[in-house]
Design a protein around this ligand. Structure first.
Ligand SMILES: Nc1ncnc2c1ncn2[C@@H]1O[C@H](COP(=O)(O)OP(=O)(O)OP(=O)(O)O)[C@@H](O)[C@H]1O
Ligand SMILES: [Mg+2]
Length: 289
């Protein structure tokens, strides 16, 4: 099971859109996928068509130790996609969740429950670093950083990179950057050009090949409570997220093959030598660049 957080400490960068559509695309390729909504606003749930009255239990109950993760899993329209909603309905619950998530290991321990059931777990994080995002990062193998072309987004990426360095030091030494994903991309604009240049000079090895175009179908699909591939599979948005899933699956397959060959060569389940790692799999951090 691979656990991937989708995070950046800034609002409106495409975290939820990426989480929902990546999870749906992975599920469409018959990978058993669980999407966890770790944002108290519950936007992933809304994007999958869940209304507040349909959500009787959720992640809050897991953090409150009243339910195991297994008991708060919901089905979706896609056979291979399941969902854990955020069921926060009051400010008091939100404050309590923040306190409960100070124990950084809650999510990691909760995920043990479902380890054998899923190929991928995607966690949609809120636009902050404290609390539940820290919990998600401590439980994750990797993080996807969606960002739009703007100066403030670049600042947020740098903040997250510094934070990941700290997470690696104190809690989760294995976490790596799955990739930085440009979202809402508008080619031939000055801001896209300068942000792209800045990103390539600082973080080129972390950039996904695929770029998500600005595409109104993605917003419309969320409005109607469906992943884009169930709303309009031929739209540029749905296709771009499918490409993202393909890029991640191809890397994972390559990594699996490499592991097998290392095992055959050495007779043991060795670590992949640095020289053979995929470029994008380097540990993150401004200093490792
Ligand atoms: N590629 C895209 N093209 C057009 N609209 C998009 C695209 N990606 C996201 N949007 C829209 O932009 C808005 C913000 O996206 P989203 O909710 O995914 O961001 P977020 O990072 O999760 O925000 P928050 O931090 O508030 O949770 C939404 O209305 C969404 O429908
Ligand atoms: Mg969101």
């Amino acid at each position: 099971m691979r656990v991937i957080s989708v995070a950046i400490p800034k609002g409106g960068e495409g975290k939820t859109t990426t989480s929902v559509n990546l999870a749906a695309s992975l599920a469409a390729t018959e990978k058993k996928t669980l999407l966890i909504d770790a944002d108290t606003l519950g936007a992933s749930g809304i994007s999958l068509g869940y209304t507040a009255d349909q959500v009787k239990s959720g992640l809050y109950d897991v953090f409150n130790y009243t339910h195991s993760l297994n008991r708060v899993i919901y089905k979706t329209e896609l056979t291979y996609l399941d969902f854990v909603p955020s069921n926060i309905s009051t400010v008091q619950m939100e404050e309590r969740l923040l306190r409960l998530s100070e124990n950084r290991t809650v999510m990691r321990i909760a995920l043990r429950d479902i380890e054998k059931q899923y190929d991928y777990v995607i966690i949609d994080c809120p636009p902050t670093l404290r609390g539940i995002t820290t919990n998600a990062l401590c439980a994750s193998d990797s993080v996807i950083i969606p960002m739009r072309a703007s100066h403030f987004s670049l600042d947020a990426v740098m903040r997250l990179m510094r934070y990941l360095k700290w997470i690696r030091e104190v809690a989760n030494p294995q976490i790596f950057v799955e990739g930085i994903l440009l979202t809402m991309h508008e080619p031939n604009t000055k801001i896209a050009e300068i942000t792209g240049r800045e990103l390539r000079s600082r973080y080129s090895k972390f950039l996904f090949k695929v770029v998500i175009p600005k595409n109104s179908t993605l917003a419309e699909a969320a409005f109607y409570g469906r992943p884009a591939l169930l709303y309009n599979i031929n739209s540029k948005g749905a296709q771009a997220y499918f490409e993202l899933a393909t890029e991640i699956l191809a890397r994972d397959a390559a990594k699996g093959k490499l592991r097998e060959s290392v095992r055959e060569d050495s007779g043991s389940y060795g670590e992949i030598p640095d020289s053979q790692r995929s470029e994008n799999r380097n540990p993150a951090g401004p200093d490792s660049n």
